[in-house]
Design a protein around this ligand. Structure first.
Ligand SMILES: [Ca+2]
Ligand SMILES: [Ca+2]
Ligand SMILES: [Ca+2]
Ligand SMILES: [Ca+2]
Ligand SMILES: [Zn+2]
Length: 651
């Protein structure tokens, strides 16, 4: 585990953000600064460094590699610095009054006698977070270097806070899924202290849209420094103050054109700084290789000194051969017992990150699968038990037939942990020697079963997704939420062409685990939308129920394709955000054990509740085109021969 002194990089949230790199160019930037910077750089010689921060258009650094900026001087260090700033103000990016307004916060003299002067900026006495000038002056008065970057054009007043210090602290705690109950100790106008030793103080935050009044919140219980908007309580940034946890993960699958390469990620949102295994608020991930649903010590993944949970991926593609490729890499060799061990830690950390990512995605707007909605969190007693490589060692170092080529999620009522089991896939001509826990589409499919099982419930909180039509939607939602996310985030493409959004693309080497792609419209002539002959070509309609499975019998994954494709149409018609909102709200509004038509009606109702009825016509058009028009009928959720209809209500 890393040192407590190591600080994690700032994490920006909510689209607004910190980090100098995201600040908008200062409106007051001197248009001549480019030439002034060039002139100064020239005067400093070949080894001169003059950098302008592209975001603030103010100075980032002035120095030279072969000497100092000025000669020795008997003047006080602060005077040396201020004189230099004024002389080079067009490069600094501040005018004379802005330089005069810089406040010397600290003059630290190191044991060599060098002064390190920190100048901050203030608005009506309130410090501008992260902005200012740091200058270094040698003991004999040489100015060594200037570091920035300050903010130009600050307003004269900061306004008033509408959110108080305690509310700001609560927002910061909530944001990191914390549970601190620390109480207010002292409360002055602009600074409050709390019983955990933390502090809340007013600051001016340089946001993209301009400076805004905010609270800097330091929570010692949670170990974060957060910035909370004083107007509306939005968390503008956060940074962990604790030892950090990293993993190296991808977002899609190994070798994917987008999201296919490992890169460092910060696990600290989901893992306490003190964690010695992958066990946090949203999940406990371990490799249940013996398949007994218990985490034995050898199945845990431990952090490595210096690298935390960053485990590299071992590519087995060359060893296994086709269909493994650079674009879809294999993760073990089914011919070699225990070969999966090479990626055991990597895959478990990957799965942990997937579960955390999906928790956060579902919890946020517009879906809103929160604690109150019944999501999965350790503080409520129901973190996900995420079992990677489940049963990989149930047949002498290989998975037995009950532990391969699949994945599953078992979801008990709220308050009890679900169990997510990811299996290895054994290779064949068309199936990769891969791991379902490496594939975003499969992990998100399984976790979404937890969403629908927790939202479509009876009065006692038990899932009611039992009968065939409800079961078909249960499978469809899992594909739809996952693929929507992958397309929304650019990890997968939904081209104008039909049939390019496919569940199981990685593990089936470019094909789908379904009979058709999810983006197959009714009437499509694309070959991947040809479906089962019994159902006819093109995307499916309600009357195809029971005809989609290759066994020509009702089957929930197959019949679920009707619902999944319909929701994909809805997503196209209404947009991702609106359709996610309506489909989720409809789960909450639907009757127990719903039929497709019950759920169509719940979506219409959700639009009246959450969308003021704006989408009624669009919803009807989508459902009518899929045979769920106004005169469609079904004899309940258990009916596997519903009657389709393609008309919309007369207005
Ligand atoms: Ca076990
Ligand atoms: Ca298991
Ligand atoms: Ca819960
Ligand atoms: Ca498409
Ligand atoms: Zn499923």
């Amino acid at each position: 585990m890393s040192s407590r002194h190591v600080r994690r990089g700032a994490a920006a949230v909510a689209g607004v953000l910190l980090a100098a790199g995201l600040l908008s160019p200062g409106a007051h930037a001197d248009p001549r600064s480019g030439s002034a910077a060039d002139a100064l750089r020239t005067s400093l010689g070949a080894q001169g460094i003059v950098e302008i921060d592209p975001a603030t258009a103010t100075v980032r650094r002035i120095a030279r590699r072969d000497g100092f900026l000025t000669g020795p001087s008997p003047l006080a260090p602060e005077r040396i610095v201020r004189a230099y700033l004024v002389r080079h103000r067009s490069v600094i990016g501040l005018d004379e009054s802005e330089i005069a307004a810089l406040v010397l916060r600290k003059d630290y003299v190191d044991i060599a006698g060098t002064h390190h002067l920190s100048f901050v900026q203030k608005v009506a006495g309130i410090e501008v977070l992260g902005a200012g000038i740091v200058a270094h002056v040698a003991r004999d008065g040489h100015l060594i270097a200037i570091n920035g970057a300050p903010v130009a054009g600050l307003p004269a007043t900061a306004g008033h806070a509408r959110v108080d210090a305690s509310a700001a602290r609560r927002a910061a705690v909530r944001d990191v899924s914390g549970d601190s109950a620390a109480t207010l100790r002292t409360n002055a106008a602009e600074t409050a202290t709390f019983s955990d030793g933390g502090r809340v103080r007013q600051v001016v935050f340089p946001a993209v849209t301009g400076p805004r009044l905010a609270w800097e919140v330091i929570t010692m219980d949670e170990g974060y420094l957060s910035v909370v908007d004083a107007a509306d309580g939005t968390v503008l940034s956060r940074r962990s103050l604790k030892g950090e946890h990293h993993a190296t993960t991808w977002e899609n699958y190994p070798g994917a054109p987008v999201g296919g390469r490992q890169h460092p990620v910060d696990l600290s949102r989901w893992l306490p700084g003190s964690a010695t295994k992958l066990d946090g608020n949203v999940a406990h991930a371990y490799s249940d290789v013996n398949g007994d649903d218990v985490a034995q010590a050898a199945e845990e993944v431990l952090p490595r000194p210096g690298t935390s949970f960053a485990y590299g991926f071992t590519d087995f593609s060359a060893e296994v051969g086709a269909p493994c490729s650079a674009q879809r890499q294999c993760s073990w060799n089914p011919a070699v017992p225990f070969s999966w061990q090479s990626n055991r830690e990597q895959n478990t950390a990957q799965l942990f990150a997937y579960v955390g990512t999906w928790h956060d995605h579902l919890a946020a707007a517009p879906i809103g699968f929160t604690r109150a909605a019944g999501n999965f969190e350790a503080r409520d007693g129901d973190a996900v038990r995420a079992e990677s490589m489940d049963g990989a060692d149930t047949a002498a170092g290989l998975p037995d037939g009950d532990h391969d080529n699949n994945a599953n999620m078992t979801t008990p009522p709220d308050g009890m942990s679900p169990k997510l089991q990811m299996y290895l896939f054994t290779s064949s001509a068309s199936v990769l020697a891969g791991n379902s826990g490496d594939a975003a589409d499969i992990v998100y499919h399984e976790l979404t079963h937890g969403l629908s099982d927790r939202l479509v419930v009876d009065a006692t909180g038990n899932s009611t997704l039992n009968s065939p039509q409800a079961g078909a939607m249960y499978e469809a939602w899992s594909d739809w939420y996952g693929l929507s996310y992958l397309v929304d985030t650019g990890l997968e493409q939904d081209d104008p062409a039909d049939g390019d959004v496919r569940e199981g693309d990685y593990i089936l080497n470019g094909r789908s685990v379904r009979s058709e792609a999810i983006d197959c419209p009714v009437g499509s002539t694309a070959s991947i939308c040809a479906g089962n002959p019994a159902a006819g070509t093109g995307g499916y309609t309600y009357g195809d129920y029971g005809k989609i499975s290759s066994r020509n019998a009702p089957e929930i994954h197959a019949d679920g394709e009707i619902w999944a494709q319909t929701l994909w149409d809805l997503r196209r018609a209404l947009g991702s955000r609106t359709s996610l909102s309506l489909v989720t709200r409809a789960m909450e509004l639907a009757p127990a054990d719903p039929s497709f038509l019950d759920m169509r009606d719940a979506i219409l109702l959700a639009d009246r509740v959450a969308g003021n009825g704006r989408a009624q016509d669009g919803i009807w058009q989508v459902f009518a085109a899929r045979g769920m028009g106004v005169a469609a009928s079904t004899d309940g959720s258990a009916d596997v021969t519903p009657t389709e209809d393609f008309t919309v209500p007369r207005s």
